[in-house]
Design a protein around this ligand. Structure first.
Ligand SMILES: [Zn+2]
Length: 200
């Protein structure tokens, strides 16, 4: 009977999706979604996502919830620039900037594809994006974790963000102050997609 097959098919799809959860103010208090690859203000100049929604593994979201609470005590809100990233978007980014220092080549599995990694920044209590050491995907010395070459206030904010992320169980990378991973990111497999975003 056809309806049995339909039920089976939808169950399979649902279980694949369960590994990714949409990020919202309900699970990360005060979160500001400024998904740069959903618009054209990114290094490709193109919109890579069909929806301005951020998805991560539940474990990543649980830790971000802790970060958001700590930041609230400092008068800040967490901004998300990118979260889970499908392979199609990784390909577009690599085309725009084929530089292994900053991006994962399409031949490898990007950390963002595992749902364990986030690109983040800070906003004030009203949700206004604050000045930080550099812009998102600004691949130069201002982006690295040596904050001696950026304005003091921006450096202070980046340090507060770093402390909050480390306290919650994330690790960072030296060349991008905005990028964080679950410490055991390598234990998680890639998630191929929700069928929602495809840059073609
Ligand atoms: Zn990143």
């Amino acid at each position: 009977m056809p309806w049995v097959l339909l039920l089976l098919a939808s169950t399979v799809v649902a279980s694949a999706d369960e590994r990714l959860v949409e990020v919202s103010p309900e699970n990360v208090p005060g979160v500001v979604l400024d998904l740069r690859y959903a618009g054209t203000n990114n290094i490709t100049g193109k919109s890579l996502y069909s929806e301005a929604k951020a998805y991560l593994r539940e474990e990543t979201i649980r830790k971000l919830r802790r970060v958001a609470r700590e930041l609230e005590g400092h008068g800040y809100r967490l901004v998300i620039w990118d979260a889970w990233r499908p392979a199609s978007a990784q390909k577009e980014l690599w085309k725009a900037r084929p530089d292994g220092k900053f991006l994962t080549p399409p031949s490898k599995i990007s950390r963002h594809r595992r749902g364990t990694s986030v690109d983040i920044s800070l906003a004030d209590r009203d949700g206004r994006i604050l000045e930080m050491p550099s812009d998102f995907d600004e691949f130069n010395a201002r982006a690295d974790e040596d904050f001696s070459d950026v304005p003091k206030e921006a450096a202070k904010r980046a340090r507060i963000l770093r402390n909050a992320m480390f306290n919650a169980g994330f690790s960072g990378v030296p060349d991008e102050w905005w990028h964080y991973d679950l410490r055991d990111w390598a234990d998680y497999e890639a998630i191929e997609g929700k069928g929602l975003r495809d840059s073609g």
